[in-house]
Design a protein around this ligand. Structure first.
Ligand SMILES: C[S@@+](CC[C@H](N)C(=O)[O-])C[C@H]1O[C@@H](n2cnc3c(N)ncnc32)[C@H](O)[C@@H]1O
Length: 189
């Protein structure tokens, strides 16, 4: 059934995590005993379903701005009988205010807002992790000449700025450049 979601995403231009990236994330969740997850950017529910399927005691809150994707994600979550463990919210992530503490915040929404979302959800993690996908943005972060589109170039500059800032910071940061589309993990301890 997960293959159907992947097929739908491909045919309808819905961005979802690359195979290598999602299996890395799933392994990370297993190895680090992650149980409570906040995801920014649900898409049609692919990554939240994959993460919830790691173990029956994993609970996920996931936030999606786009109404149509939210409804598709909701439907997919129900098809997998995961509605008791995945709560999906049709909201702009900036409006998701919660005091809840998570073991992991997976930030996979608007790339230009990574820094803002990191700051916004910083207090939702005591000891745990922040994961950011698409840090390479299809190779364009290191090679902006791959696109002539001005908006994409501006976006890619923002991702690069975020990446450089994180790598230069005092946070415990790991950059997995060669995994999927490039992943950054920040450990808060
Ligand atoms: C890369 S996709 C998420 C893919 C999903 N995590 C997966 O791998 O299956 C990013 C999603 O973020 C959503 N998004 C964009 N801006 C947002 C915002 N301000 N708040 C919440 N979601 C947003 C987009 O509609 C899109 O579906």
């Amino acid at each position: 059934m997960i293959e159907m979601i992947k097929k739908f995403a491909k045919e309808n231009d819905v961005p979802i995590m690359m195979d290598e990236g999602i299996s890395f994330l799933v392994d990370f969740i297993k190895e680090n005993n992650v149980k409570n997850i906040l995801e920014i950017g649900s898409g049609i529910g692919f990554s939240s379903i994959m993460m919830a399927n790691v173990s029956d005691d994993i609970f996920i809150d996931t936030v999606e701005l786009d109404k149509e994707r939210y409804l598709l994600a909701l439907d997919n979550i129900n098809k997998f009988n995961l509605d008791k463990r995945i709560n999906i919210y049709n909201l702009d992530a900036l409006k998701f205010n919660s005091d809840k503490k998570y073991d992991l915040v997976f930030i996979d929404g608007p790339k230009a807002q990574y820094k803002k979302h990191f700051e916004m959800f910083f207090n939702n993690v005591d000891k745990g992790y922040f994961v950011f996908d698409n840090i390479n943005f299809h190779g364009m972060v290191d090679n902006p000449n791959l696109t002539n589109n001005r908006n994409t170039r501006a976006l890619v500059r923002k991702i690069k700025k975020f990446r450089d800032e994180m790598l230069d910071s005092d946070y415990n940061v790991k950059y997995y450049k060669d995994i999927g589309d490039g992943i950054i993990i920040i450990k808060k301890e």
